[in-house]
Design a protein around this ligand. Structure first.
Ligand SMILES: [Zn+2]
Length: 719
């Protein structure tokens, strides 16, 4: 099929693009079978969805070298157009043709023991090799490039094409069955990367304090628990390499189709990529660098499967949003129906939960929400799971609710498309180098990930908007009043300089134990040699055992007991106000620096909170944020958060209108809110979900209202 650029088709396509994409994954060849397509697309349209996503699988399309078969996709794209549905094409170049190693010999990945990786069908895909040939082999990339070229050329003029998801979940080493890649091409790329980073071998030897005689002697780290230096470097390289591969795919596609957005999405945000025995930390790229290079980023979310609550869901999207900046945010896989993995049964997906994900996603700034998937899967371990219309017993209620949201998205398309979440004044540091070091030691960066999640979770519970600040994108510090540094044990001079400037210009830094204790080469620094000691004049005196599981902090007239994990690192006596005293010295000290201040904590509180959630830690976070000068735009007057339930609030701006999302927990039916100044422009706001007018009472300098939980237990106030 050849598409022509008819003007009316262009107009139709532009019209679709103004509406938020609410859609579903449909086709992973060869399922669903063709007999279902016509009726399914009619139902998809009727259910309020406006988009379908199709997996264009390399192995399937080019099953014989150089012969491309798009018959099924042509049919589906045309059918979608006929039904009034837009299409997002997901280019699955990582499921490679069976001929790849025949046509490109010696292209296999090589694992950490030097074994060639045998590729097989992927557990949830019927046809094609994973992990396939290594994309560092130029022959593999040439072939992949020609596949991408064929697909984009074939579909770029399709009238209902809305965009491309260029890499699904950023998979490249799936089923490698060991740490990869040690093939000659990847080793050469690693050494070239080091060469550029350090300026030849002499530079590397100086930085790493080694005496290598030639590049061939420089090898990646092999397993965790060995020297940090080469393992951290290799992980950093792998992150970069995935970003580079994403950019390479993007460049090929964008050069052929500049008019449509091209994004990628990971299974999880990079702040959640702690790694495991098969995966180095952050080995699916860094969202911030994808956002630098591509039109957008995204992530998958399966809340019922993964046991995520409102906060767990929002932290993921907030992290993506922080990376995306003004680029697109595509939630490219949100759970459609009950998950099924093997013969385990997970929770069914009820309509109110699913609607909550959609509107929570919108509240966090998502531009597209695509469900996985329409029908229950029929292949392998995912069979019988995930379908919106699937057989978990709740499909009718899901479809009925989706129809309502589809109508609302159409009706309020201008407000939704112009909506931007409130610009935060609070930051939480994401330090990939710290993740690399934890993984290099423990084979998991779980501790840093949990520390990050502890702080972000408590901020969400206090309805305090925050940004995630990535260590190589510190321009984002501008406009912040305070930055938390959960387990940021690795810093280098560029980061230290930016943090120093931030504090001297009035910011507050909240640092945990051994902040900056290691260089990005993985070398330990004595306490007096660390940048915080230079700034504050005081230093930690070394690791001490944790006799109690908590430390007592006094801030003003408040006394808080904060859970701690792992160890304590007390401070020496010196300048600053001691907020917590321990047996061997102060455990929390506030030190003024320039116009700002440091809050130095010789304990790990973030991951401790995640394991043992206490109101005291949340109050500590709120108190610290307020002492840094942050003031809420919206306050929940009542009910105050209980440990098991709280009213979750998100807010932002759409043109000259304010938009506030209020999500009720199951056990609370009313909430009393106070808004600062003339937050909403008039004397009432409209809840666009229920259509009800909400009266705003003028009280003092602000506006107040009492909300009652509607059927779906959330409302979206616009005014
Ligand atoms: Zn390789």
């Amino acid at each position: 099929m050849v598409y022509k650029d008819f003007q009316d088709e262009k107009d139709r396509s532009e019209k679709r693009e103004n509406i938020m994409k609410l859609g579903t994954q449909y086709y992973r060849p060869p399922f669903p079978e063709q007999k279902y397509w016509e009726e399914d697309f009619t139902r998809i349209k009727d259910s309020g969805l406006n988009t379908v996503q199709l997996w264009v699988v390399w192995a399937w399309v080019e099953s014989k070298p150089g012969v491309f078969n798009f018959d099924d996709y042509d049919h589906l794209v045309e059918l979608a157009d006929r039904k009034g549905l837009g299409v997002i094409l997901s280019t699955i170049a990582e499921i490679q043709p069976y001929w790849i190693s025949r046509v490109v010999p010696e292209s296999e990945l090589v694992d950490y023991l030097g074994r060639k990786v045998i590729s097989t069908n992927r557990d949830e895909c019927n046809f094609g090799l994973t992990p396939g040939g290594c994309t560092d082999h130029p022959g593999v990339w040439d072939r992949m490039k020609s596949f991408l070229t064929e697909v984009v050329t074939h579909y770029r003029s399709a009238p209902n094409l809305l965009g491309w998801d260029a890499w699904n979940e950023l998979r490249w080493n799936v089923q490698a069955d060991g740490l990869v890649c040690f093939c000659p091409h990847t080793l050469a790329a690693f050494r070239n990367w080091l060469n550029r980073k350090y300026g030849r071998l002499d530079g590397l030897n100086e930085a790493w304090k080694r005496r290598y005689g030639c590049w061939e002697e420089v090898m990646p780290g092999k397993l965790p628990g060995r020297p940090y230096t080469e393992m951290m470097a290799f992980q950093h390289f792998l992150t970069w390499r995935v970003n580079q591969h994403g950019k390479n795919r993007y460049d090929v596609m964008k050069s052929l189709d500049p008019g449509h957005p091209i994004t990628v999405h990971a299974c999880y945000p990079s702040s959640h990529a702690g790694g495991d025995s098969q995966n180095h930390a952050i080995n699916r790229g860094n969202d911030w660098f994808f956002a630098d290079d591509l039109d957008g980023v995204g992530c998958s979310s399966f809340p019922k499967w993964w046991g995520q609550d409102d906060i767990g869901f929002s932290i993921r999207v907030d992290s993506i949003k922080s990376a995306a900046g003004n680029k697109l945010i595509w939630l490219s896989e949100v759970q459609g129906g009950r998950s099924s993995i093997g013969f385990d049964t997970f929770k069914a997906v009820d309509a109110p939960s699913q609607q909550r994900w959609i509107w929570n996603g919108i509240a966090c700034g998502a531009d597209a929400i695509l469900f996985w998937c329409w029908r229950d899967e029929i292949f392998g371990k995912e069979s019988s799971g995930f379908g919106i219309i699937g057989n978990d017993g709740l499909a009718p209620e899901r479809l009925a609710a989706m129809k309502v949201t589809g109508r609302l998205i159409e009706e309020y398309k201008d407000i939704i498309s112009a909506y931007r979440p409130e610009k935060p004044e609070v930051g939480v540091m994401f330090s990939p180098q710290s993740y690399y070091l934890y993984w290099a030691q423990e084979g998991s960066a779980g501790r840093s990930m949990q520390a990050f999640q502890g702080y972000t979770r408590s901020l969400v519970r206090k309805s305090i908007p925050y940004s995630v600040i990535e260590e190589e994108h510190l321009g984002a510090l501008s406009g912040l009043k305070i930055l938390f540094l959960p387990r940021t044990i690795v810093t280098d001079s560029a980061i230290e300089k930016a943090l120093e400037n931030f504090v001297k210009e009035g910011g507050t830094l909240v640092c945990e134990s051994e902040c900056g204790a290691f260089s990005s080469q993985g070398f330990y620094r004595y306490p007096k040699d660390r940048f915080l000691s230079r700034l504050s004049g005081i230093h930690e005196i070394g690791r001490r055992g944790l006799s109690d599981d908590c430390i007592t902090v006094k801030i003003g007239d408040k006394e808080l007991n904060l859970s701690a994990t792992q160890w304590l690192t007390p401070y020496c006596k010196g300048d600053g106000e001691v907020l917590s005293e321990g047996e061997d010295g102060p455990l929390m000290v506030e030190v003024p620096v320039g116009k700002g201040k440091l809050v130095l904590c010789g304990a790990y509180l973030g991951d401790a909170y995640l394991h043992n959630r206490t109101a005291d830690f949340e109050n500590f976070v709120e108190l610290t944020v307020r002492r840094a000068g942050w003031r809420p735009e919206i306050e929940l007057v009542s009910p105050l958060p209980g440990m098991d339930s709280f009213v979750y609030i998100k807010s932002g701006q759409s043109g000259d209108k304010r938009v506030t999302f209020v999500f009720f927990p199951p056990d609370l039916d009313t909430a009393h809110l106070r808004f600062n100044g003339n937050f909403f422009s008039g004397s009432h706001a409209t809840d666009i979900i229920s259509g009800k007018k909400i009266n705003l009472e003028k009280r003092g300098s602000g506006q107040e209202c009492t909300l009652t939980a509607p059927d779906w237990r959330f409302c979206v106030l616009v005014g």
